[in-house]
Design a protein around this ligand. Sequence first.
Ligand SMILES: [Zn+2]
Length: 338
Amino acid sequence: MIVQSNPHAVRTISTLVSVGVVVLLAIGCERTPIATAAEQNARPLVVCTTTMIADLARQIGGDRIQVVCVMPPGTDPHIYEPRPADSVVFGKAALVLYNGLHLEGKMLQIIENAGARAVALAEDERIKVRESTSAKGAPDPHCWWNAKYFMVFAERARDALIRVDANGADAYRSATATYLQQLERADADVRRMLERTPTEQRFLITSHDAFYYFGEAYGLKVDAVLGISTDASVRALRPDELARLVINHRIPAIFHETSVSQQLNDFVDRVVEIVRRSGHDVHVPSEPLYSDSLGLPGTPAETYIGALRENARIIASALSVRTATAASSQPMGADGGQ
Ligand SMILES: [Zn+2]
């Protein structure tokens, strides 16, 4: 579990919860981050499920709130199971901010227990949710990678914070207005970066299907080894089909992700093997994409905006390369999927 109160003063803090007492320990920070009991009581405790949402809460709440992020960077939210310590923290929360749309599949009970104190940031009519293609499937929860949708998250978080701390309303409104401007700029920058990618190579193939909204917003066709959850075999893994897609569209690169299992990234490597066995080329960039989690503290991807920009940079760079074999290759069979 990661706790970060003020991002400017505190980098990383781990929380140990025992017998209902929250003990804060600093790891590699410049200033002691240990909050006194009085400070903790004075500042509303905002419990966030994912790193994206915790960053959002810190951007808007600043010093007025104490943010606890349940899942550390690199955690897969589809399969994260709450620990006893999480129940303690949820119980103390003035506000719980979570994604919703079944992203936190195994946390539903603990979130429901928080009742009206819990707000699902993605569940808003302004967000056009992609429904599952299978009858039993859940909707696609990964809407945060469209920065315009993350702006909706920000407005919902602001309103929720004002409800629990009305005295801070002006501060929350002001911080949100500033943050929305930053999101607008990031959104425009990412669009520009990806527009430079050759149109015919704007295919994003990843470990699991976390980038539909990103692709929709920034002009990429998206496919993945696995469906929208890493938790279940929503559809069969299909490296052969993806290999055909890579070859037929001369896609120069496909991608690993930071927050999925090694097994899923291995499936991406199987696609690479199949493509290469067919006499074509494709590569996997050494930098994986940030899908369901931000990067580690101290890296450019430690914030949502940083991770969005990093993803765009990695994708634009990798897809702008044309391999010699791809340029002269012949299509193979029918496309899968797209
Ligand atoms: Zn996911």
